[in-house]
Design a protein around this ligand. Structure first.
Ligand code: PLP
Length: 401
């Protein structure tokens, strides 16, 4: 039975509608940064309640532009988490700036707001927080510190499309944004996908204007304007730009995905509840919980194994039963790409004697990576399949513990 069964960790939910949309864009003759991109931006902005949304090639490029917009320069420090996909920290380094890593809260896997203030120094230019696995981070507490020090807050919302936060008594979508800029990903591992793709949202028209210049080589006149012009126009290049464009083929697909989002999030929330019911009595296992001001889209369902339980052994046993799992979110500071210089781990750079790989100041981040695993959760998983995952998982945890 287990031979033919294979349950993946995740799977995008796409169909004829997306294929037709891609065809529509291709047949239209306008295939990059044209009308589909504009429409996708408008629909996305309306969905999250943002004033401005600018589509780019992926979330990593979105993060890069967000950091540039708030003025991050070489030698600056940006406070963030190590416990995230490596793109979060990388985007800081693209600016020539230094990520200063702050530890996480063990239950939400998000930045611990009480540790931020101690990490602020003379060179701190911004705070880059993550809504890890779709779970909103504690923006109220984070903004409280940030505003006192006059620091901009960028939200890495790569995983958090469709997640909500309770804001002054109302549920609001992540991406409004509540910080200064929010960045989203449409990679297939996220909740909706365009193959690759990203989006920046903000309330600041000046930053939105900047994003649009930067994403297209710093070119003063967009293609769409030249195309429609009745008179000859020459473009100019007033600044160093990038090629961070989204194609119209991607945007057309994204518009269809956006139509599915409500249904996807509702389904994922139901599946998370079912895991909660099925696994809550496994001894020593810690399940993720939502703070009462947060509604996750459950981009990933991350459980913490009992102390005596070997992560690899459990994952292998699951794989043998035809079920894919993943280990907990990585820690950037443990990767070779980060073994490059004395690093700052929540203390001022000058005082920092740690090399990244031996950093002992991020204990919760490291534990989360070592002790957690992600269980399959995606729109099309059947309840029967989920029951099977829970059964095999619970049995193995008990056996191995
Ligand atoms: C996926 C992810 C990214 C990178 O997104 P891309 O669209 O692949 O560039 C950045 N941050 C976090 C937290 C992510 O999960």
């Amino acid at each position: 039975m287990s031979e033919q069964r294979h349950i993946p960790i995740s799977k995008p939910w796409m169909g004829e509608a997306e294929a037709d949309a891609a065809k529509r864009a291709i047949m239209s003759g306008w295939v990059t940064q044209g009308p589909e991109v504009t429409a996708f931006e408008q629909e996305f902005a309306a969905y999250v309640g943002a004033n401005y949304a600018c589509a780019v090639s992926n979330c990593t490029t979105a993060l890069h532009l967000a950091l540039l917009a708030v003025g991050v320069k070489p030698g600056d420090e940006v406070i963030t988490v190590s416990h995230s996909y490596i793109a979060t920290a990388n985007s800081i380094r693209y600016c020539g700036a230094i990520p200063v890593f702050v530890d996480i809260e063990p239950h939400t896997y998000n930045i611990n707001p009480t540790l931020i203030e101690a990490a602020i120094g003379n060179r701190t230019r911004a705070i880059l927080v993550v809504h890890q696995m779709g779970m909103p981070c504690d923006l109220k507490a984070i903004l409280d510190v940030a505003r006192r020090y006059n620091l901009p807050v960028i939200e890495d919302a790569a995983c958090a499309i469709g997640s909500e936060i309770l804001w002054d008594g109302e549920w609001e979508k992540i991406g409004k944004p509540h910080g200064d800029i929010a960045c989203f990903s449409f990679h297939p591992r996220k909740v909706i996908t365009t193959g690759d793709g990203g989006m920046l949202t903000t309330s600041n028209p000046e930053w939105d204007r900047q994003f649009r210049l930067w994403r297209q080589h710093g070119m003063s006149v967009p293609d769409t304007v030249r195309h429609g012009a009745k008179q000859v126009i020459f473009e100019s290049y007033p600044m160093l730009g990038y090629n961070y464009r989204m194609t119209d083929i991607q945007a057309a697909v994204g518009r269809e995905q956006l139509k599915r989002l409500l249904e996807i999030v509702a389904r994922r929330r139901l599946l998370a509840e079912r895991y909660q019911d099925q696994l809550s009595d496994v001894p020593g296992l810690k399940l993720p919980t939502e703070p009462n001001w947060a509604k996750s889209n459950w981009q990933s369902y991350c459980v913490r194994l009992p102390e005596q339980c070997d992560q690899v052994q459990v994952m292998q046993a699951m794989l043998d039963a035809g079920i894919s799992t993943r280990r907990g979110i990585m820690c950037a500071h443990r990767e070779e790409a980060y073994q490059i210089e004395a690093w700052s781990c929540g203390i001022a750079l000058a005082e920092c004697q740690h090399e990244l790989g031996r950093c002992d100041r991020l204990p919760e981040s490291e534990l989360a990576q070592e002790r957690s695993i992600l269980l399959p959760l995606f729109h099309q998983i059947t309840e029967k399949e989920q029951d099977y995952v829970s059964k095999i998982f619970a049995a193995n945890v008990k056996l191995i513990a």
